[in-house]
Every structure is written in C-alpha cells, then in structure tokens.
Design a protein around this ligand. Structure first.
Ligand SMILES: [Zn+2]
Length: 46
C-alpha cells in the first residue's frame, strides 16, 4: 500500500482543501418545469 512519506502540514492541507473542495451541493440545476433549483437527477417536489 502506498503511504505518504511526509505528514501534510496544516498549511498545505488547508490550502488544498480551500482550492480543491467542492461546494456542499454543487449539482444544483434548474427544474425545467417549475424553475426551482433542485439536485441533479432527483425528482422535483413540484
Ligand atoms: Zn420542478
């Protein structure tokens, strides 16, 4: 198993997360029927 040789520093870790982290709900699309934002591939409640 591959194991990192060096511990990732707090600064590097936080920097990576800041640049790399996606939004909590990035897959929001507008419903074609009611034009509300909804998660992709889900059925809208309307
Ligand atoms: Zn809808």
């Amino acid at each position: 198993m591959a194991v990192p040789k060096r511990k990732t520093s707090k600064a590097r870790r936080d920097s990576r997360r800041a640049n790399n982290s996606k939004a909590i709900a990035p897959n929001l699309v507008e419903c074609p029927k009611c034009h509300e934002l909804k998660a992709q591939h889900t059925v809208c409640k309307n």
